[in-house]
Write a protein that binds this ligand. Structure first.
Ligand code: ADP
Length: 398
C-alpha cells in the first residue's frame, strides 16, 4: 500500500507518493513519484517518476487539474501504483494547528471546521491547505486523511517563550507564540541526530531559510523557542514578508498615513522583506544584482544576513550555548554566500566554517572545520518524508 503526501500552497501543490515499505527505512528515500504543480493561467507540473523527469501542461482547472495530474501516477507513462484505491493514507501539511492540534490528526468534519476557524491566523496558508485536503478526499475517498501541523513541533515551548508581553487576558484568547516550519525543524533535528549522535546535538539551532524563514532553538530534541510567532510573519526578514518590525511603526502608519488593516497586511506579507528593499524576492536575483553593483540589493543581502545572525544570537542565548547550527530550506541549502556571511560573525559561538567545504557542499553535509567545537550542518529538508512518516505512524497507532 502507499502513502500520498500533499503540501498545498497558494501558487504550488507539492505531491509525493511513498510505499509503506520505504517509510520503514531510517534513511529518507526519494518518493516513488513526485510532482510540483504550479498554478498559473494553465496549470503546469514537473513530475519525477522512475528516474525520469517529465513536464505536463494541464488544460483543466482547479480540482480537475489536480485529478489530471494525479492520474499520471497510475495511468501515466511511468505509472507507479495500480490505481487511486492503492492509497491507504494521505498526509497533509497544515500550517496552523492553534492550541487544539499538537499531534497529527484524522481529518473529519470537526477537524476541517477547526482548521477553517484557524484560517484567520494564517490566511496565506490554511485556506490553501484546506482546498488540497478537500480535493484529496474526493480523489481518495477510501484513504485515511491525516493532517500534520507545522505548529505541533513547538508545543513544548515554555510559557515565557509563548506569552506576549501584552495584557494577560489576551493569552486567554489564545493570542500567543505558536511557531511554524515545525515539520522541517523536526525533520532536521532527527537528521542531525542521525549524522552526529544525540550527545552532540543536545543544543541545536535550525535555520529554515526558504521563501518564508524561521529559526528554532532545540534542546534535547524539543523546540524551546522559535522566531515566528502568532502568525508566520514574526521574526526574520523574508522574501516578501517583513518579519519583526516595531509595532510603533504600524501604529504610526495607521494614525499619520491613514493606512488600514488590509493595506498593512498587504504591505507586510507581500511588499516587504527582500522585495521591499530591492524589488526582487528571490535570493539568487538579490545576490546577482548586488554583484552587479546594485546598492539596494547589497543592502537587502546585508540586512538579511544581519537578521539571521541576530536571531541566531537570541536562540543561542535561550539555549545557553550551541552544539550544532543547521542550514536548510531553499536559501540555507543552496546559498554558500549566505552561509558564509552568517557564519563569519558568529565565531564567538565556537563555530568555524570551512569555506571550501561550504562552496562544494552537497547536502547533507557537515561544513564546519575539523577543530570547530560546534558543528555546522547543511541538511536537505524533507518535509514530504516527515509528513508521510507521521501520517503512517498515526495510522499505525489507531
Ligand atoms: P518555500 O519556502 O516556498 O518552500 P524553498 O525552501 O524552496 O521555498 O526556498 C525557495 C527560495 O530559495 C527561493 O525563493 C530562492 O530565494 C532560494 N534559493 C533557491 N536556490 C538558491 C540559490 N542557489 N542561491 C540562493 N537562493 C536560492
Amino acid at each position: 500500500m502507499f502513502i500520498f503526501v500533499l503540501n498545498a500552497g497558494s501558487s504550488t501543490y507539492k505531491c509525493s507518493l511513498f510505499s509503506k515499505q520505504a517509510l520503514e527505512s531510517h534513511q529518507p528515500e526519494e518518493p516513488l513519484w513526485r510532482a510540483l504543480l504550479e498554478w498559473g493561467q494553465n496549470a503546469h507540473a514537473v513530475i519525477h517518476s522512475k528516474g525520469k523527469r517529465r513536464e505536463l501542461t494541464i488544460s483543466a482547472e482547479g480540482d480537475k487539474a489536480f485529478e489530471e495530474l494525479l492520474r499520471d501516477a497510475w495511468s501515466g507513462p511511468d505509472a507507479v501504483i495500480p490505481g487511486p484505491e492503492a492509497i491507504e493514507a494521505a498526509g497533509h501539511r497544515v500550517v496552523h494547528g492553534g492550541e487544539k492540534f499538537v499531534e497529527p490528526s484524522l481529518i473529519n468534519r470537526e477537524t476541517i471546521k477547526a482548521i477553517e476557524e484557524m484560517s484567520v491566523l494564517a490566511p496565506l496558508h490554511n485556506v490553501e491547505n484546506l482546498k488540497g485536503i478537500k480535493a484529496s478526499q474526493q480523489l481518495f475517498p477510501q484513504a485515511k486523511q491525516v493532517a500534520v501541523f507545522d505548529t505541533a513541533f513547538h508545543r513544548n515551548m515554555p510559557e515565557e517563550a509563548v506569552v506576549y508581553p501584552i495584557p494577560y487576558r489576551w493569552r486567554k484568547q489564545k493570542i500567543r507564540r505558536y511557531g511554524f516550519h515545525g515539520i522541517s525543524h523536526q525533520y532536521c533535528t532527527g537528521k542531525a541526530e542521525a549524522m552526529l549522535g544525540q550527545q552532540k546535538t543536545a543544543k541545536i539551532i535550525t535555520c529554515h531559510l526558504g521563501n518564508g524563514a524561521s529559526l528554532a532553538a532545540i534542546h534535547e530534541g524539543k523546540s524551546i523557542d522559535t522566531t515566528m510567532g502568532f502568525t508566520p510573519l514574526e521574526g526574520l526578514m523574508m522574501g516578501t514578508r517583513s518579519g519583526s518590525v516595531d509595532p510603533g511603526v504600524l501604529l504610526h502608519l495607521m494614525k499619520s498615513y491613514g493606512m488600514d488593516a488590509d493595506q498593512l497586511e498587504n504591505m507586510l506579507l507581500y511588499e516587504s522583506g527582500l522585495k521591499g528593499i530591492c524589488g526582487v524576492e528571490d535570493m539568487r536575483d538579490v545576490i546577482q544584482n548586488a554583484a552587479r553593483g546594485d546598492a539596494k540589493a547589497k543592502l537587502a543581502f546585508d540586512m538579511y544576513v544581519h537578521s539571521v545572525r541576530k536571531h541566531i544570537g537570541a536562540m543561542a542565548a535561550v539555549l545557553g550555548g550551541i552544539d550544532a547550527l543547521i542550514f536548510t530550506g531553499g536559501i540555507g541549502e543552496n546559498s554558500p554566500e549566505i552561509r558564509q556571511a552568517v557564519s563569519e560573525k558568529i565565531r564567538f559561538l565556537e563555530i568555524a566554517i570551512d569555506s571550501e567545504k561550504n562552496i562544494s557542499c552537497r547536502p547533507d553535509e557537515d561544513i564546519a572545520k575539523k577543530d570547530s567545537k560546534a558543528r555546522l550542518l547543511v541538511i536537505h529538508t524533507r518535509e514530504d518524508w516527515e509528513i508521510a512518516r507521521q501520517a503512517l505512524s498515526f495510522c499505525g497507532r489507531r
